[in-house]
Design a binder for this molecule. Structure first.
Ligand code: HAM
Length: 413
């Protein structure tokens, strides 16, 4: 006998049953609408990438999380862990033809071999919004504003989330003032990004490994107490723009936001739920050197990645099942095989009128039909018996109020 296979998806991978798709569509609809409202254009790319494009400098967590494999021709390939390197590759490939600044958006399926925690899976969909070729902080304001807009479209208010923003350039300046040399900053950023996620003693050890003396390490920790962004022109500008755009209430300064990816060069930001229950809702920043890193022409860029996992958890906790149980469409059923054609004709007519019609596929007793129609979430139901077809009039029932009205089966067109 054949060995029974497990019915479960591989650990961390996700199946979407119809009830899950209701949530996913709600989230994706908000992503698409917010991207469109902000004038971003959609693009897409292959999920399988060349491993070399994704391979990372030592210390970056994503580097260790990449799913990679050899294909039959011994090519080293990988499932993308994020969209940004792929976006950089696509832009570099057409750098001469494209008109900058680009405002591109995608909902990309990404894979990371993560340690599974609340809100982190090994597969997720990540809404990406990137502006390529613009130095102005208005680019940061536009991507953050669009992400806040998406959250509002999901009925989440700024009472539920905050965007924490800082600047790596600013942090670099503060480090330099404490005489921590620029060539050590990359390691310092990676270490300090772990604050709150691992004990300070381990972070101090990472800083020592990065070449910092005891004094420098103490100075680095002191800098993390900075409460004001005065002296950081790009943050002053960003908060000013947020005021005008109407999302200042969603924005706060947080020197502790550094981000775990090494390509960021300026403003960095991360959005968290105010209850502090989940990991980041979205994150991003300015990355002005990524294109040159992969061999393209120097091009500045800003962008963000907004995953579907955490926000869906937040929505479920907040909205409950009522959000997915909204009734819609018409169920059409029939008693005997003789009424099948009339039922199909009615379904065709209602569909032509733009209705969503769920047509029963075989004859059945009325009780069975109405109970199935109730369970399927139809807003209305019509059941055809021999008399209805003969008279040319059926009863259409509102599944909420139980009220019935006449429905003519042979209307004059
Ligand atoms: P990231 O911070 O690594 O940035 O990921 C961005 C967002 O993707 C996170 O805030 C979270 O919503 C979601 N996410 C990441 N990993 C997982 C996971 N394992 N499970 C569920 N959700 C996850 C980036 O990926 C950058 N490439 C974003 C970016 C675009 N920067 C510039 N442009």
């Amino acid at each position: 006998m054949a060995e029974k296979l497990s019915f479960e998806a591989p650990r961390g991978m996700r199946d979407f049953y119809p009830e899950d798709m209701v949530w996913r569509n709600m989230v994706f609809d908000a992503f698409r609408a917010a991207g469109d409202a902000a004038g971003f254009v959609p693009y897409d790319a292959c999920v399988v990438e060349n491993y070399d494009l994704l391979a990372r400098k030592a210390g970056e967590e994503v580097g260790e999380q990449i799913y990679h494999f050899l294909d039959k021709s011994e090519r080293r390939l990988a499932l993308r862990a994020e969209m940004t390197p792929t976006l950089a590759r696509m832009v570099a490939q057409r750098q001469k033809e494209l008109h900058f600044p680009l405002k591109w958006t995608a909902i990309a399926q990404c894979f990371r071999y993560e340690r599974m925690t609340k809100g982190r899976k090994r597969e997720h969909y990540q809404w990406n919004m990137d502006i390529i070729g613009e130095t102005s902080v208005l680019a940061e304001a536009e991507v953050i504003g669009a992400a806040v807009d998406a959250l509002r479209r999901m009925d989440l208010t700024t009472a539920a989330f905050k965007v924490h923003a800082s600047s790596r350039r600013f942090l670099g300046e503060l480090l330099e003032k404490s005489r921590i040399a620029a060539d050590k900053h990359a390691q310092v950023f990676l270490a300090l990004d772990k604050r709150g996620k691992m004990p300070d003693a381990e972070i101090a050890a990472m800083l020592h490994d990065g070449g910092l003396s005891d004094d420098e390490t103490a100075a680095a920790f002191r800098i993390m107490e900075t409460k004001s962004y005065d002296g950081c022109p790009e943050l002053v500008e960003l908060f000013h723009l947020a005021e005008i755009a109407g999302f200042a209430d969603a924005l706060m300064f947080d020197i502790g936001v550094i981000r775990g990816l090494s390509y960021y060069t300026g403003v960095v930001f991360e959005c968290f739920d105010t209850a502090g229950e989940f990991r980041a809702i979205f994150g991003g920043g300015r990355y002005d050197n990524l294109l040159t890193t992969i061999g393209g022409e120097p091009t500045c860029a800003v962008g963000l990645g907004f995953g579907d996992v955490v926000v869906t958890e937040l929505l479920k906790a907040r909205l409950g099942d009522a959000a997915v149980n909204a009734r819609r469409g018409v169920a059409v059923g029939f008693m005997f095989p003789e009424q099948r054609d009339a039922a199909l004709a009615l379904a065709a007519r209602l569909r032509a009128d733009g209705e969503r019609v769920d047509l029963a596929l075989h004859s059945q007793k009325p009780k069975k039909f109405f109970s199935a129609a109730g369970a399927s979430g139809a807003a209305k139901a019509v059941f055809l018996g021999p008399d209805d077809v003969e008279k040319g009039v059926a009863r259409i029932k509102d599944m909420e109020t139980r009220e019935e009205t006449d429905l003519c089966l042979r209307p004059e067109r």
